[in-house]
Design a protein around this ligand. Structure first.
Ligand code: PDD
Length: 302
């Protein structure tokens, strides 16, 4: 079966889907994106993704090309036409096509692209298996709370992880604190049993999975502390894990070659993974919402 992609008003066979060479996404990375997870045929965290989409567009003064209802119609159509049971939907909006000039064009209309991909259903064993992370300096710009398509530092970091046999690279800010992974949020469970993740400022992307896991943790009575943590603290942690729409809750059992806990998924991570899978199976939205746009809530700058 051929894959189908949506490009600016039409559905195309994936290989035939194309974008103009002067799309500002191509020339300036002037655009934003979202990745929706699909689990057992259901979209995960729709409300959160739509709110973060509105937030990213608003922060970059890009007009949303259509209503949420119309966007969701396309997202569902992509799931249906590509028969996705387990996988993801990628959605990208750029500022549009215009002769190359750094300042915003007067005329351009935003361009929407939506693609979908099926991925293999993981066994329980695969879901629970641990991964290794390396650490690298965080060399990204100061507004990584915006889900921009400008991802070079993330690309370089993930490549280094791959080349060194790790799954992810955790980035460390200039004060020695871990920000997040190249495409995932970072969490630890301290020796004292506190669940720690960095607070959602301009220094991290506020993950939709992160917000849902907070709901799950609260319901389970686990104490969450939103604060930065150092590499030293992470290496001493009882447990560590990452979260993202495509990875759910994934245990980290090695950081820079140091084993975390007993080298297997920890008790709290397991509880959160199971809780999260139940949560997404219900197809509900998180109570913990992403700020929609700058009018409703200003991001806290570090
Ligand atoms: N990445 N941090 C970064 C830098 C990310 O790129 C992502 C998502 C996350 C987790 O966000 P969420 O829980 O909303 O997926 C955190 C997506 C999956 C990607 O770029 O492919």
């Amino acid at each position: 079966m051929s894959r189908i992609a949506y490009v600016n008003g039409r559905y195309f066979i994936h290989q035939a889907a194309a974008i103009h060479i002067e799309d500002r996404g191509y020339q300036f990375a002037d655009g934003i994106y979202e990745v929706f997870g699909v689990y057992k045929g259901k979209l995960i965290g729709t409300r959160g993704h739509l709110d973060r989409l509105a937030y990213s567009l608003s922060e970059l003064s890009i007009k949303n090309p259509m209503s949420e209802r119309a966007i969701m119609h396309i997202v569902r159509e992509i799931i249906r036409r590509n028969r996705i049971y387990n996988g993801l939907v990628y959605l990208q909006i750029t500022r549009g096509i215009a002769p190359r000039d750094h300042a915003f064009p007067n005329q351009a209309s935003p361009i929407l692209v939506v693609t979908g991909k099926s991925t293999k259903v993981s066994s329980d064993e695969e879901l629970r298996s641990g991964i290794s992370v390396i650490t690298i300096p965080d060399i990204r710009w100061g507004r990584v709370d915006i889900k921009s398509i400008s991802l070079l530092p993330n690309v370089l970091g993930k490549q280094l992880a791959k080349e060194t046999g790790a799954y992810e690279a955790w980035m460390i800010d200039k004060n020695g604190f871990i920000t997040e992974g190249t495409s995932t949020n970072a969490w630890i469970v301290t020796e004292e049993g506190e669940l720690v993740t960095r607070s959602a400022t301009n220094g991290i992307l506020n993950g939709i999975t992160r917000l849902a896991v907070m709901d799950v943790a609260k319901e389970a009575g686990i104490r969450i502390v939103e604060r930065p943590f150092t590499l030293k603290e992470a290496k001493k942690a009882r447990e560590a894990f990452i979260t993202a729409s495509t990875t759910h809750v994934k245990p980290v059992t090695k950081i820079d070659g140091n084993s975390i806990g007993n080298g297997h998924i920890g008790i709290i991570t397991l509880q959160l993974l199971d809780g999260f899978l139940k949560f997404i199976e219900k197809g509900t939205d998180s109570k913990n919402l992403h700020p929609r746009c700058r009018e409703t809530k200003k991001i806290r700058h570090e």
